[in-house]
Ligand binder design. Structure first.
Ligand code: ATP
Length: 449
Protein backbone atom coordinates (compact mmCIF):
# COMPACT_ATOMS: atom_id res chain seq x y z
CA UNK A 1 0.00 0.00 0.00
CA UNK A 2 2.75 2.41 1.04
CA UNK A 3 4.71 1.54 -2.09
CA UNK A 4 1.66 2.19 -4.24
CA UNK A 5 1.30 5.57 -2.62
CA UNK A 6 5.01 6.39 -3.09
CA UNK A 7 4.60 5.31 -6.67
CA UNK A 8 1.63 7.58 -7.09
CA UNK A 9 3.63 10.58 -5.90
CA UNK A 10 6.49 9.67 -8.24
CA UNK A 11 4.07 9.42 -11.13
CA UNK A 12 2.55 12.79 -10.34
CA UNK A 13 5.92 14.50 -9.93
CA UNK A 14 7.06 13.01 -13.21
CA UNK A 15 3.85 13.95 -15.04
CA UNK A 16 4.16 17.50 -13.73
CA UNK A 17 7.69 17.81 -15.04
CA UNK A 18 7.10 16.01 -18.33
CA UNK A 19 3.99 17.94 -19.28
CA UNK A 20 4.98 21.36 -17.99
CA UNK A 21 2.98 21.74 -14.79
CA UNK A 22 5.74 22.11 -12.19
CA UNK A 23 9.54 22.33 -12.43
CA UNK A 24 12.10 22.38 -9.59
CA UNK A 25 13.11 26.00 -8.86
CA UNK A 26 16.50 27.15 -10.28
CA UNK A 27 17.00 23.67 -11.71
CA UNK A 28 19.97 24.42 -13.97
CA UNK A 29 21.95 25.60 -10.92
CA UNK A 30 21.18 22.44 -8.99
CA UNK A 31 17.90 23.71 -7.55
CA UNK A 32 17.00 25.81 -4.52
CA UNK A 33 15.36 23.72 -1.80
CA UNK A 34 11.72 24.52 -1.16
CA UNK A 35 11.10 26.48 -4.37
CA UNK A 36 9.12 25.47 -7.44
CA UNK A 37 8.38 27.01 -10.83
CA UNK A 38 5.01 26.61 -12.49
CA UNK A 39 5.25 25.77 -16.17
CA UNK A 40 2.88 26.60 -19.04
CA UNK A 41 0.15 24.21 -17.86
CA UNK A 42 0.81 24.67 -14.14
CA UNK A 43 0.29 28.39 -14.30
CA UNK A 44 -3.09 27.82 -15.99
CA UNK A 45 -4.25 25.33 -13.37
CA UNK A 46 -3.06 27.57 -10.55
CA UNK A 47 -4.70 30.65 -12.08
CA UNK A 48 -7.94 28.74 -12.55
CA UNK A 49 -7.96 27.76 -8.86
CA UNK A 50 -7.35 31.36 -7.84
CA UNK A 51 -9.97 32.62 -10.26
CA UNK A 52 -12.57 30.19 -8.90
CA UNK A 53 -11.75 31.36 -5.37
CA UNK A 54 -11.97 35.03 -6.30
CA UNK A 55 -15.24 34.59 -8.18
CA UNK A 56 -16.85 32.69 -5.34
CA UNK A 57 -15.73 35.24 -2.75
CA UNK A 58 -15.61 38.66 -4.34
CA UNK A 59 -17.93 38.47 -7.38
CA UNK A 60 -20.72 36.26 -6.08
CA UNK A 61 -21.09 37.80 -2.63
CA UNK A 62 -21.91 41.29 -1.51
CA UNK A 63 -20.31 40.96 1.93
CA UNK A 64 -16.73 40.34 0.73
CA UNK A 65 -14.32 42.76 -0.97
CA UNK A 66 -10.86 42.14 -2.41
CA UNK A 67 -7.38 43.43 -1.57
CA UNK A 68 -3.83 43.04 -2.83
CA UNK A 69 -1.37 44.22 -0.16
CA UNK A 70 2.42 44.53 -0.43
CA UNK A 71 4.65 41.55 0.32
CA UNK A 72 7.16 43.81 2.08
CA UNK A 73 5.70 45.43 5.18
CA UNK A 74 6.98 47.69 7.90
CA UNK A 75 8.94 45.47 10.34
CA UNK A 76 6.76 46.62 13.23
CA UNK A 77 3.88 44.71 11.61
CA UNK A 78 5.52 41.44 12.56
CA UNK A 79 6.33 42.53 16.08
CA UNK A 80 2.70 43.52 16.56
CA UNK A 81 1.33 40.33 15.03
CA UNK A 82 3.50 38.20 17.31
CA UNK A 83 5.47 36.58 14.48
CA UNK A 84 8.88 37.87 15.57
CA UNK A 85 8.31 36.35 18.97
CA UNK A 86 6.20 33.28 18.30
CA UNK A 87 6.32 32.21 14.65
CA UNK A 88 8.63 29.34 15.42
CA UNK A 89 8.99 25.62 14.92
CA UNK A 90 10.94 23.36 17.28
CA UNK A 91 14.26 22.47 15.63
CA UNK A 92 16.41 19.49 16.56
CA UNK A 93 19.76 18.43 15.13
CA UNK A 94 21.05 14.90 14.60
CA UNK A 95 24.29 14.53 16.54
CA UNK A 96 25.68 12.07 13.97
CA UNK A 97 25.19 13.90 10.67
CA UNK A 98 23.97 17.35 11.80
CA UNK A 99 20.83 17.21 9.70
CA UNK A 100 18.12 19.44 11.14
CA UNK A 101 14.52 18.35 11.53
CA UNK A 102 11.32 19.55 13.14
CA UNK A 103 10.86 17.99 16.56
CA UNK A 104 7.11 17.56 15.96
CA UNK A 105 7.50 15.52 12.74
CA UNK A 106 7.65 12.03 14.19
CA UNK A 107 7.59 10.19 10.87
CA UNK A 108 10.55 12.11 9.44
CA UNK A 109 12.47 11.56 12.69
CA UNK A 110 11.84 7.83 12.57
CA UNK A 111 12.95 7.64 8.91
CA UNK A 112 16.08 9.58 9.75
CA UNK A 113 16.92 7.29 12.68
CA UNK A 114 16.46 4.25 10.44
CA UNK A 115 18.89 5.75 7.91
CA UNK A 116 21.74 5.46 10.43
CA UNK A 117 21.89 1.69 10.25
CA UNK A 118 23.27 0.20 13.51
CA UNK A 119 24.11 3.57 15.00
CA UNK A 120 21.82 4.92 17.69
CA UNK A 121 20.82 8.47 16.80
CA UNK A 122 20.74 11.12 19.47
CA UNK A 123 19.30 14.60 19.05
CA UNK A 124 20.01 18.04 20.45
CA UNK A 125 17.34 19.60 22.67
CA UNK A 126 14.60 21.30 20.60
CA UNK A 127 15.21 24.99 20.12
CA UNK A 128 12.81 27.56 18.73
CA UNK A 129 13.54 28.38 15.12
CA UNK A 130 11.86 31.47 13.65
CA UNK A 131 10.36 30.94 10.20
CA UNK A 132 10.34 34.55 9.02
CA UNK A 133 12.52 35.18 5.99
CA UNK A 134 14.69 38.26 6.39
CA UNK A 135 15.57 40.76 3.68
CA UNK A 136 17.41 44.07 3.56
CA UNK A 137 15.75 47.14 2.11
CA UNK A 138 17.29 50.49 1.16
CA UNK A 139 20.16 51.80 -0.95
CA UNK A 140 22.80 52.77 1.60
CA UNK A 141 24.68 49.64 2.64
CA UNK A 142 24.96 50.25 6.39
CA UNK A 143 21.59 51.97 6.77
CA UNK A 144 19.57 49.24 5.19
CA UNK A 145 16.52 48.26 7.14
CA UNK A 146 16.01 44.65 8.08
CA UNK A 147 12.56 43.62 6.93
CA UNK A 148 10.72 40.32 6.65
CA UNK A 149 9.06 38.86 3.60
CA UNK A 150 5.54 38.24 4.82
CA UNK A 151 5.14 34.92 6.61
CA UNK A 152 1.38 35.00 6.00
CA UNK A 153 -0.71 37.26 3.80
CA UNK A 154 -3.13 37.96 6.65
CA UNK A 155 -1.50 41.06 8.14
CA UNK A 156 -1.76 43.04 4.90
CA UNK A 157 -5.52 42.91 5.38
CA UNK A 158 -5.64 43.88 9.04
CA UNK A 159 -3.31 46.89 8.69
CA UNK A 160 -5.73 48.13 6.02
CA UNK A 161 -8.87 47.64 8.10
CA UNK A 162 -9.41 51.40 8.53
CA UNK A 163 -8.74 52.13 4.86
CA UNK A 164 -11.29 49.56 3.80
CA UNK A 165 -14.10 50.77 6.04
CA UNK A 166 -13.36 54.43 5.30
CA UNK A 167 -13.16 54.05 1.54
CA UNK A 168 -16.00 51.63 0.87
CA UNK A 169 -19.49 50.93 2.03
CA UNK A 170 -18.81 47.76 3.94
CA UNK A 171 -20.63 47.09 7.19
CA UNK A 172 -19.92 44.42 9.75
CA UNK A 173 -20.22 41.49 9.20
CA UNK A 174 -18.02 41.66 6.10
CA UNK A 175 -14.89 40.03 4.79
CA UNK A 176 -11.74 40.80 2.81
CA UNK A 177 -10.37 38.24 0.38
CA UNK A 178 -6.76 38.20 -0.69
CA UNK A 179 -4.46 35.95 -2.73
CA UNK A 180 -0.70 36.25 -2.70
CA UNK A 181 2.75 34.94 -1.94
CA UNK A 182 4.04 34.13 1.52
CA UNK A 183 7.52 33.02 2.59
CA UNK A 184 8.65 30.74 5.39
CA UNK A 185 12.08 29.44 6.22
CA UNK A 186 10.69 25.92 6.64
CA UNK A 187 13.05 23.54 8.41
CA UNK A 188 12.02 20.61 6.26
CA UNK A 189 10.46 21.57 2.95
CA UNK A 190 9.23 18.50 1.12
CA UNK A 191 6.56 16.24 -0.29
CA UNK A 192 6.86 18.01 -3.62
CA UNK A 193 5.10 21.40 -3.40
CA UNK A 194 3.29 20.54 -0.16
CA UNK A 195 5.77 22.36 2.05
CA UNK A 196 7.72 25.03 0.24
CA UNK A 197 9.63 28.10 1.34
CA UNK A 198 7.84 30.31 -1.14
CA UNK A 199 4.16 29.62 -1.67
CA UNK A 200 0.81 31.26 -2.26
CA UNK A 201 -2.16 31.63 0.02
CA UNK A 202 -5.79 32.49 -0.65
CA UNK A 203 -7.53 33.86 2.36
CA UNK A 204 -10.65 35.40 3.74
CA UNK A 205 -10.55 37.63 6.83
CA UNK A 206 -14.13 38.02 7.99
CA UNK A 207 -14.94 40.70 10.58
CA UNK A 208 -17.83 40.07 12.96
CA UNK A 209 -19.35 41.62 16.06
CA UNK A 210 -17.33 40.56 19.14
CA UNK A 211 -19.91 38.16 20.53
CA UNK A 212 -19.53 34.45 21.22
CA UNK A 213 -22.77 33.42 19.54
CA UNK A 214 -22.30 35.60 16.48
CA UNK A 215 -18.70 34.54 15.93
CA UNK A 216 -19.55 30.85 16.42
CA UNK A 217 -22.29 31.16 13.81
CA UNK A 218 -19.83 32.58 11.25
CA UNK A 219 -17.08 30.16 12.20
CA UNK A 220 -19.35 27.20 11.52
CA UNK A 221 -20.66 28.81 8.35
CA UNK A 222 -17.20 29.37 6.85
CA UNK A 223 -16.02 25.89 7.81
CA UNK A 224 -18.83 24.39 5.77
CA UNK A 225 -18.43 26.86 2.90
CA UNK A 226 -14.76 26.03 2.50
CA UNK A 227 -15.38 22.30 2.52
CA UNK A 228 -18.20 22.64 -0.03
CA UNK A 229 -16.04 24.74 -2.31
CA UNK A 230 -13.50 21.94 -2.81
CA UNK A 231 -16.20 19.32 -3.20
CA UNK A 232 -18.02 21.46 -5.78
CA UNK A 233 -14.77 21.67 -7.71
CA UNK A 234 -14.62 17.91 -7.85
CA UNK A 235 -12.51 16.83 -4.86
CA UNK A 236 -13.47 13.44 -3.48
CA UNK A 237 -15.47 14.09 -0.30
CA UNK A 238 -14.31 10.79 1.20
CA UNK A 239 -10.75 12.08 1.15
CA UNK A 240 -11.58 15.25 3.05
CA UNK A 241 -12.10 15.69 6.74
CA UNK A 242 -12.20 18.34 9.44
CA UNK A 243 -9.72 18.20 12.29
CA UNK A 244 -9.84 20.34 15.38
CA UNK A 245 -6.54 21.67 16.71
CA UNK A 246 -5.55 20.61 20.19
CA UNK A 247 -5.25 23.63 22.52
CA UNK A 248 -1.43 23.27 22.65
CA UNK A 249 -1.19 23.13 18.88
CA UNK A 250 -3.07 26.35 18.17
CA UNK A 251 -1.26 29.36 16.77
CA UNK A 252 -0.57 32.15 19.22
CA UNK A 253 -3.59 34.17 18.01
CA UNK A 254 -6.23 31.43 17.76
CA UNK A 255 -9.29 31.13 20.00
CA UNK A 256 -10.50 28.17 17.97
CA UNK A 257 -8.84 26.42 15.04
CA UNK A 258 -9.80 23.66 12.63
CA UNK A 259 -8.09 22.29 9.57
CA UNK A 260 -9.50 20.70 6.49
CA UNK A 261 -7.28 17.76 5.69
CA UNK A 262 -6.85 15.70 2.54
CA UNK A 263 -5.94 12.02 2.51
CA UNK A 264 -2.78 12.37 0.44
CA UNK A 265 -0.33 9.60 -0.50
CA UNK A 266 1.81 10.83 2.43
CA UNK A 267 -1.03 10.77 4.96
CA UNK A 268 -3.83 13.07 6.09
CA UNK A 269 -2.49 16.58 5.62
CA UNK A 270 -3.77 20.10 6.25
CA UNK A 271 -4.36 22.38 3.34
CA UNK A 272 -6.82 24.88 4.83
CA UNK A 273 -7.01 26.39 8.27
CA UNK A 274 -10.14 27.98 9.72
CA UNK A 275 -9.20 30.16 12.64
CA UNK A 276 -11.04 32.27 15.16
CA UNK A 277 -8.51 35.07 15.64
CA UNK A 278 -10.60 37.06 18.14
CA UNK A 279 -9.50 40.70 18.13
CA UNK A 280 -5.83 39.69 18.34
CA UNK A 281 -4.68 41.37 15.13
CA UNK A 282 -6.62 44.62 15.38
CA UNK A 283 -5.86 45.14 19.06
CA UNK A 284 -2.16 44.42 18.51
CA UNK A 285 -1.91 46.82 15.56
CA UNK A 286 -3.83 49.42 17.55
CA UNK A 287 -1.36 49.03 20.40
CA UNK A 288 1.80 49.08 18.28
CA UNK A 289 0.79 51.79 15.78
CA UNK A 290 -1.24 54.02 18.07
CA UNK A 291 -3.97 54.15 15.40
CA UNK A 292 -7.54 53.64 16.55
CA UNK A 293 -8.75 50.43 14.91
CA UNK A 294 -12.25 50.40 16.33
CA UNK A 295 -15.39 50.17 14.25
CA UNK A 296 -18.42 52.35 14.81
CA UNK A 297 -21.73 50.63 14.27
CA UNK A 298 -24.08 53.45 13.24
CA UNK A 299 -27.21 51.36 13.75
CA UNK A 300 -26.57 50.35 17.34
CA UNK A 301 -24.27 53.29 18.06
CA UNK A 302 -21.69 50.92 19.50
CA UNK A 303 -17.94 51.19 19.05
CA UNK A 304 -15.87 48.04 19.21
CA UNK A 305 -12.91 46.04 17.92
CA UNK A 306 -14.41 43.35 15.71
CA UNK A 307 -13.47 39.69 15.95
CA UNK A 308 -11.99 37.90 13.01
CA UNK A 309 -12.84 34.55 11.47
CA UNK A 310 -10.24 33.55 8.93
CA UNK A 311 -10.06 30.85 6.31
CA UNK A 312 -6.51 30.40 5.06
CA UNK A 313 -5.73 28.01 2.24
CA UNK A 314 -2.55 27.23 0.36
CA UNK A 315 -2.90 27.62 -3.40
CA UNK A 316 0.02 25.27 -4.08
CA UNK A 317 -1.26 22.63 -1.66
CA UNK A 318 -4.75 22.88 -3.12
CA UNK A 319 -3.29 22.46 -6.60
CA UNK A 320 -1.24 19.45 -5.51
CA UNK A 321 -4.29 17.81 -3.97
CA UNK A 322 -6.46 18.60 -6.99
CA UNK A 323 -3.80 16.89 -9.12
CA UNK A 324 -3.55 13.85 -6.85
CA UNK A 325 -7.32 13.57 -6.65
CA UNK A 326 -7.74 13.87 -10.42
CA UNK A 327 -5.06 11.33 -11.34
CA UNK A 328 -6.50 8.08 -12.72
CA UNK A 329 -5.09 5.16 -14.61
CA UNK A 330 -7.65 3.27 -16.65
CA UNK A 331 -7.75 0.52 -19.20
CA UNK A 332 -7.61 2.06 -22.62
CA UNK A 333 -10.11 0.62 -25.05
CA UNK A 334 -8.25 2.13 -28.00
CA UNK A 335 -5.13 0.31 -29.11
CA UNK A 336 -2.95 3.40 -29.49
CA UNK A 337 0.62 2.30 -28.94
CA UNK A 338 1.52 5.27 -26.77
CA UNK A 339 -0.87 4.07 -24.10
CA UNK A 340 0.37 0.47 -23.81
CA UNK A 341 -3.17 -0.58 -22.96
CA UNK A 342 -3.81 1.98 -20.26
CA UNK A 343 -4.72 5.60 -20.28
CA UNK A 344 -3.66 8.16 -17.73
CA UNK A 345 -6.34 10.73 -17.22
CA UNK A 346 -6.49 13.82 -15.04
CA UNK A 347 -10.16 14.14 -14.22
CA UNK A 348 -9.89 17.79 -13.27
CA UNK A 349 -13.06 19.82 -13.01
CA UNK A 350 -13.44 21.49 -16.44
CA UNK A 351 -13.22 24.92 -14.80
CA UNK A 352 -9.79 24.03 -13.44
CA UNK A 353 -8.40 22.18 -16.45
CA UNK A 354 -5.59 24.15 -18.18
CA UNK A 355 -7.02 23.59 -21.67
CA UNK A 356 -10.79 23.51 -21.95
CA UNK A 357 -10.66 21.83 -25.34
CA UNK A 358 -8.25 20.54 -27.99
CA UNK A 359 -8.87 20.82 -31.72
CA UNK A 360 -7.66 18.12 -34.12
CA UNK A 361 -7.83 17.99 -37.90
CA UNK A 362 -8.30 14.27 -38.63
CA UNK A 363 -5.38 14.32 -41.09
CA UNK A 364 -2.54 16.82 -41.01
CA UNK A 365 -1.91 16.63 -44.75
CA UNK A 366 -5.42 17.54 -45.92
CA UNK A 367 -5.46 21.29 -46.40
CA UNK A 368 -9.25 21.68 -46.16
CA UNK A 369 -9.39 19.83 -42.84
CA UNK A 370 -6.50 21.82 -41.38
CA UNK A 371 -7.99 25.09 -42.60
CA UNK A 372 -11.36 24.43 -40.99
CA UNK A 373 -9.72 23.14 -37.81
CA UNK A 374 -7.61 26.31 -37.59
CA UNK A 375 -10.69 28.46 -38.03
CA UNK A 376 -12.52 26.61 -35.25
CA UNK A 377 -9.43 26.83 -33.04
CA UNK A 378 -9.15 30.59 -33.63
CA UNK A 379 -12.83 31.14 -32.82
CA UNK A 380 -12.71 29.05 -29.65
CA UNK A 381 -9.53 30.76 -28.48
CA UNK A 382 -11.41 34.03 -28.12
CA UNK A 383 -13.48 32.39 -25.39
CA UNK A 384 -11.23 29.91 -23.60
CA UNK A 385 -7.81 28.26 -23.48
CA UNK A 386 -7.64 25.74 -26.34
CA UNK A 387 -4.93 23.44 -27.73
CA UNK A 388 -4.31 22.51 -31.36
CA UNK A 389 -2.75 19.19 -32.29
CA UNK A 390 -2.23 17.60 -35.70
CA UNK A 391 0.57 15.20 -34.81
CA UNK A 392 0.32 11.43 -34.96
CA UNK A 393 -2.95 9.56 -34.96
CA UNK A 394 -6.11 10.55 -33.11
CA UNK A 395 -5.58 7.89 -30.41
CA UNK A 396 -2.23 9.41 -29.48
CA UNK A 397 -3.70 12.88 -29.41
CA UNK A 398 -6.48 11.72 -27.06
CA UNK A 399 -3.86 10.08 -24.86
CA UNK A 400 -1.84 13.26 -24.72
CA UNK A 401 -4.85 15.44 -23.82
CA UNK A 402 -6.27 12.99 -21.26
CA UNK A 403 -2.98 13.10 -19.40
CA UNK A 404 -3.22 16.86 -18.93
CA UNK A 405 -6.94 16.87 -18.15
CA UNK A 406 -8.40 18.49 -21.29
CA UNK A 407 -12.13 17.80 -20.91
CA UNK A 408 -13.10 17.96 -24.60
CA UNK A 409 -11.39 16.92 -27.82
CA UNK A 410 -12.83 18.18 -31.08
CA UNK A 411 -12.08 16.36 -34.30
CA UNK A 412 -12.64 17.86 -37.73
CA UNK A 413 -13.18 15.13 -40.32
CA UNK A 414 -14.43 14.91 -43.89
CA UNK A 415 -18.03 14.89 -42.76
CA UNK A 416 -17.37 18.24 -41.07
CA UNK A 417 -16.69 19.80 -44.48
CA UNK A 418 -20.09 18.71 -45.75
CA UNK A 419 -22.27 18.96 -42.68
CA UNK A 420 -20.66 21.78 -40.71
CA UNK A 421 -20.36 19.68 -37.60
CA UNK A 422 -17.54 18.14 -35.56
CA UNK A 423 -16.98 15.23 -33.20
CA UNK A 424 -16.71 16.20 -29.54
CA UNK A 425 -15.20 13.53 -27.34
CA UNK A 426 -15.72 13.66 -23.58
CA UNK A 427 -12.57 12.99 -21.50
CA UNK A 428 -14.29 11.04 -18.72
CA UNK A 429 -16.92 8.99 -20.56
CA UNK A 430 -14.92 8.82 -23.81
CA UNK A 431 -18.27 9.15 -25.58
CA UNK A 432 -18.41 11.07 -28.83
CA UNK A 433 -21.09 13.41 -30.04
CA UNK A 434 -21.59 15.37 -33.27
CA UNK A 435 -22.08 19.07 -32.62
CA UNK A 436 -22.85 21.80 -35.18
CA UNK A 437 -19.92 24.19 -35.54
CA UNK A 438 -22.19 27.19 -35.01
CA UNK A 439 -23.27 25.75 -31.62
CA UNK A 440 -19.82 24.67 -30.47
CA UNK A 441 -18.91 27.65 -28.28
CA UNK A 442 -22.24 27.55 -26.42
CA UNK A 443 -22.06 23.76 -26.09
CA UNK A 444 -18.62 23.93 -24.47
CA UNK A 445 -19.39 26.92 -22.29
CA UNK A 446 -22.42 25.16 -20.85
CA UNK A 447 -20.42 22.07 -20.00
CA UNK A 448 -17.42 23.91 -18.60
CA UNK A 449 -18.42 27.00 -16.69
P1 ATP B 1 1.88 23.45 8.59
O1 ATP B 1 1.48 23.03 9.98
O2 ATP B 1 1.62 22.41 7.54
O3 ATP B 1 3.25 24.04 8.50
P2 ATP B 1 0.46 25.83 9.15
O4 ATP B 1 -0.55 25.35 10.13
O5 ATP B 1 1.66 26.55 9.63
O6 ATP B 1 0.89 24.64 8.18
P3 ATP B 1 -1.04 28.10 8.32
O7 ATP B 1 -0.10 29.06 8.94
O8 ATP B 1 -2.35 27.87 8.96
O9 ATP B 1 -0.28 26.72 8.08
O10 ATP B 1 -1.21 28.53 6.80
C1 ATP B 1 -2.42 28.39 6.09
C2 ATP B 1 -2.25 27.55 4.86
O11 ATP B 1 -1.14 28.01 4.08
C3 ATP B 1 -1.97 26.09 5.12
O12 ATP B 1 -3.15 25.38 5.34
C4 ATP B 1 -1.30 25.67 3.84
O13 ATP B 1 -2.24 25.33 2.84
C5 ATP B 1 -0.55 26.90 3.41
N1 ATP B 1 0.86 26.76 3.79
C6 ATP B 1 1.41 27.04 4.99
N2 ATP B 1 2.73 26.79 4.98
C7 ATP B 1 3.02 26.34 3.73
C8 ATP B 1 4.22 25.92 3.09
N3 ATP B 1 5.37 25.94 3.70
N4 ATP B 1 4.14 25.51 1.79
C9 ATP B 1 2.97 25.50 1.13
N5 ATP B 1 1.82 25.89 1.70
C10 ATP B 1 1.82 26.31 2.96
Amino acid sequence: MKNDQNNLMEKIVSLCKRRGFIFPGSEIYGGLAGTWDYGPLGVELKNNIKKAFWESMVYRRDDVVGLDAAIMMHPKTWEASGHVQAFTDPLIECKICHERLRADQTEEIKNHENSHVGQKTSWTEPKKFNLLVEARLGVVEDERTKIYLRGEITQGVHVNFKNIIDSGRVKIPFGVAQIGKAFRNEITPGNFTFRSREFEQMELQFYVKPEEKESKKWFDYWKEERMNWYVDLGMDKKKLRFREHEPDERAHYAKDAWDIEYQSPFGWREFIGIHHRGDWDLSQHQKHSGVDMTYFDSETEERYLPWIIETSAGVDRAMLFFLIDAYHEEKNPSSAKASAGKRIVLKLHPRLAPYKAAVFPLLANKTELVKLARKIYDDLRKEMMVAFDDRGNIGKRYYSQDEIGTPFCITIDFESLEKNDVTVRDRDTMKQERVKIENLVEYLKQKIF
